[in-house]
Design a protein around this ligand. Structure first.
Ligand SMILES: *Cc1c(COP(=O)(O)O)cnc(C)c1O
Length: 379
């Protein structure tokens, strides 16, 4: 008889309050169905509501009819498609970079990029709150990981000065995913120049949301296209689709085409996803969804202020209601669910210890009364 591994002994025990659960929900526009009830969804990253856009859906159907569904192989083998090249050109032009490379997802883009850029004699300086996939990229690369306190550029500068040898990359989110606050990209570019480093910025939550035409934080900070800056972004959030992209100089992107293992050894995106993303990009650039989103953010923040709710001010679509203890955040989330709102409690290890919170994400699809009703339920 084979002896089976008992997975309960294989892994360390997950504490009761930390267990993650797949909720079995399904989204329907601004609503989400949970155990047979429709709740208002304040959890998705579909900031512009594009995942339910009829024109995106039409583009998917048209493309599937013409070219089938799956891409069949890595782009370097036979999975390439003109729609992918069109999308890369369009994304680069929109963001103000020379070149772009599509990757399967934001996590794959981050892991592959960092593993391609640095190795075990190099250093990666990461904001303490940057996304898990960026940290995973550093681990995969074998580079020395140096974490600096959130947004603390003085500390970062001291660390950069302390490590004169080896190649260096600075790594940060643009808009931070669990706090909704923003990196100082001008300051980071300046440090990259001063210490001969490259800067990797993942603006997953800034693209489509922040800046003129939703071009993201690098546009607001006037550093888009800078030769020391490599940006990653996802098509799974404001674009309402799936997939991701890396932006940089033509030379850097050409090197990444040779070395990005998470692209080379992975099946290309379905062509219909590229078609949908092209439509999404057109809608992002038109600007009316972004304007609606910011009206909604302002409405929500004003209603919070009126009720004296301790929402942490954030310039992005991510609004944080700090709670502290894990159990307290969970209790609040459950109470909101009973009142008809889907608002996740974000707990460690996703965020630092004792900083459990409700993460409220605002969408262009929310109606004014939805936002006001949530603040009433929070009171
Ligand atoms: C969501 C997210 C990712 C992952 O992107 P996917 O396309 O979902 O894999 C990467 N970085 C940040 C900051 C994110 O919020």
């Amino acid at each position: 008889m084979p002896v089976m591994v008992d997975s309960r002994n294989w892994f360390p025990k997950v504490e009761a309050g930390r267990r993650r659960v797949l909720p079995g929900t399904q989204r329907k526009g601004v609503w989400i169905e949970y155990e047979g009830r429709l709740l208002l969804d304040f959890a998705s990253n579909d900031y512009l509501g594009l995942s339910f856009d009829k024109d995106l859906q039409q583009a998917v159907w048209d493309t599937v009819r013409e070219y089938g569904f799956g891409s069949g192989a890595s782009r370097l083998v036979s999975g390439d498609h003109p729609l992918m090249h069109s999308l890369e050109k369009a994304l680069a032009a929109w963001k103000g970079y020379e070149a772009c490379l599509l990757v399967g997802s934001g996590s794959l883009a981050n892991m592959g990029l960092i593993a391609a850029l640095v190795g075990r004699h190099d250093f990666a300086f990461c904001d303490r709150l940057c996304h898990a996939s960026l940290i995973d990229g550093v681990r995969l690369s074998g580079a020395r990981l140096v974490r600096y306190p959130h947004l603390n550029l003085e500390f970062l500068q001291a660390q950069l000065a302390k490590h004169p040898k080896g190649r260096k990359i600075i790594v940060s989110d643009g808009v931070f995913s669990m706090d909704g606050d923003c990196a100082d990209l001008q300051g980071l570019v300046r440090l990259a120049e001063e210490y001969d480093a490259l800067l990797v910025v993942d603006d997953a939550h800034g693209n489509g949301v922040m800046g003129d035409e939703g071009k993201g934080l690098s546009d607001l900070a006037n550093v888009a296209g800078h030769a020391r800056l490599i940006e990653t972004g996802t098509l799974g959030k404001a674009f309402g689709a799936y997939g991701a992209f890396i932006l940089s100089t033509e030379e850097m992107i050409e090197s990444l085409r040779q070395r990005l293992r998470t692209m080379i050894y992975s099946t290309a995106l379905p062509p219909c996803v590229a078609a949908a993303a092209l439509v999404a990009l057109r809608k992002v650039r038109e600007g009316h969804l972004q304007r609606k989103l910011f009206e909604n953010i302002a409405t929500f923040q004003a209603a919070c202020k009126e009720r004296g709710l301790p929402i942490r001010p954030s310039p992005s679509a991510i609004q944080v209601y700090p709670v502290g203890r894990d159990e307290a955040a969970l209790e609040r989330s459950v109470r909101l669910r009973k009142a008809g709102f889907w608002v996740p409690a974000i707990r460690p290890p996703t965020v630092p210890e004792n900083t459990a919170r409700l993460r409220i994400s605002i969408s262009a699809l929310h109606r004014k009364e939805d936002l006001v009703a949530l603040t009433e339920a929070l009171t």
